[in-house]
Design a protein around this ligand. Structure first.
Ligand code: ACO
Length: 376
């Protein structure tokens, strides 16, 4: 590959943002000016989304009205439910259903105001995911409850039961921690789409497609399978060795930007530890921590020149599983949070826009002459 090509746009700066800053060398993440650890320990999801959309934390009155506004936009129409039922009946993955649901987010309420559309998209994502899941389970969808917060309402719509405070706290920490993360692949996708002066719904729909892949948001499902297998077999060393010797990647490790442990892994490991303590499943969490130690050591020996540390997805898996999110919905639950970041980035891009249009080095043939079809 020629020297002037930056494969995967690695290290290329293409925008200014005031939303979040990722320091890969120091292992720091700042969201809206606050270290992620500070937010995860204190904020609700609604507060962090307000912070991203407005650039500051809400007052108590502003928070009340923002929560009420989001809650009032949660419902989805019968047409969207039908599409989700069909997706569930055909066994399509949750992310395919979510892509269709988000694409329909401007049905019945489009005002042309992109800030309002952002709220609508953020509000409907949990409803779309939960509705799809209820159909997948052969159950009737559960209507959203306006008096519940974003995290609690999502769990309620999944199960039809009032979630425990512990589960809500665990999910809230997760939603706050992963809401925004610089120009990751899905966020860049969303910004690229709106840079053509397209709209927030189109940006978010494309972002769902980008998040789906295993190199981005699709890792925590395989991470959980791996952890459950190790918990049963009790031998992380053999699993890690066989995976690496087989030329495969260990899911939940490595990152494009971080050269040290992902700070979100630290936040989520603490949240998961708190959740599992006294849950009756503390032994499973011990397996998770033991696996991390073994894997990090083996990866350092496997690739001495490339730091491969724990990423956010590693602790996402046990935390989401613990609070009751089914593994099939892990990536879609990532979207439940990240849609806050996607939409804020879309609005930031639109406020000071230049169409995204990089160039490629052409490596194909040149100078060919046309051969009529009957002579080929
Ligand atoms: N296990 C084993 N080896 C790895 C891993 C891993 N998890 N990650 C990277 N490597 C190796 C690669 O094989 C490569 O080796 P090579 O030079 O011999 O080919 C080297 O380290 C560099 O890897 P790249 O693919 O160049 O790293 P890149 O920055 O492109 O990829 C990524 C980062 C996609 C996260 C990668 O580390 C990976 O695939 N991890 C596993 C999947 C995962 O956990 N995804 C979630 C990421 S977090 C998120 O998106 C929210």
């Amino acid at each position: 590959m020629s020297d002037d090509v930056r494969a995967g746009l690695e290290g290329v700066t293409v925008a200014e943002t005031s939303l979040s800053r990722v320091d890969g060398e120091a292992g720091e993440l700042v969201v809206g000016g606050y270290p992620v650890e500070e937010l995860a320990g204190n904020a609700t999801y609604e507060e962090v989304v307000f912070l991203l959309l407005e650039g500051r934390l809400p007052t108590a009155d502003e928070l009340d009205s923002f929560r009420a506004d989001l809650a009032a936009r949660r419902e989805i129409g019968e047409e969207v439910r039908n599409v989700l039922r069909r997706a569930a009946d055909e066994g399509l993955p949750a992310m395919d259903a979510l892509r269709m649901g988000v694409a329909a987010a401007n049905l019945g309420g489009e005002t042309g105001d992109e800030r309002e559309t952002a709220s609508r998209v953020i509000a409907v994502v949990p409803t779309v995911v939960a509705t799809y899941w209820r159909y997948r389970e052969g159950l009737a969808p559960v209507d959203p409850r306006p008096e519940l917060g974003h995290a609690a309402n999502y769990l309620f719509m999944l199960t039809g039961e009032q979630p425990t405070e512990r589960a809500v706290r665990g999910l809230e920490s997760y939603l706050v921690t992963v809401v925004d993360h610089g120009l990751n692949a899905s966020t860049f996708t969303a910004r690229t789409v709106v840079s053509t002066e397209s709209d927030v719904v189109s940006g978010a729909t494309a972002a769902v497609g980008a998040l789906k892949g295993p190199l981005h948001g699709g890792a925590p499902g395989p991470v959980l399978d791996m952890l459950r297998e190790i918990h049963e077999r009790g031998d992380p060393g053999t699993y890690v060795r066989e995976t690496l010797e087989g030329g495969e990647r260990l899911m939940g490790f490595g990152h494009r930007v971080y050269r040290v442990r992902d700070p979100r892994a630290a936040v989520l490991s603490e949240a998961a530890e708190q959740f599992y303590a006294g849950s009756g499943q503390a032994e499973f969490f011990e397996t998770v921590e033991r696996f991390e130690r073994v894997a990090v050591k083996a990866l350092a020996e496997h690739k001495p020149d490339r730091p491969l540390e724990t990423n956010v997805e590693f602790y996402t898996a046990p935390l989401l599983w613990g609070v009751g999110v089914p593994p099939e919905l892990f990536t879609a639950t990532f979207a439940v949070s990240r849609v806050g970041g996607w939409t804020a980035h879309c609005l930031e891009q639109l406020a000071d826009n230049r169409i995204v249009r990089p160039v490629a080095t052409y490596t194909g043939p040149t100078g060919r002459t046309w051969t009529p079809v009957e002579e080929r």
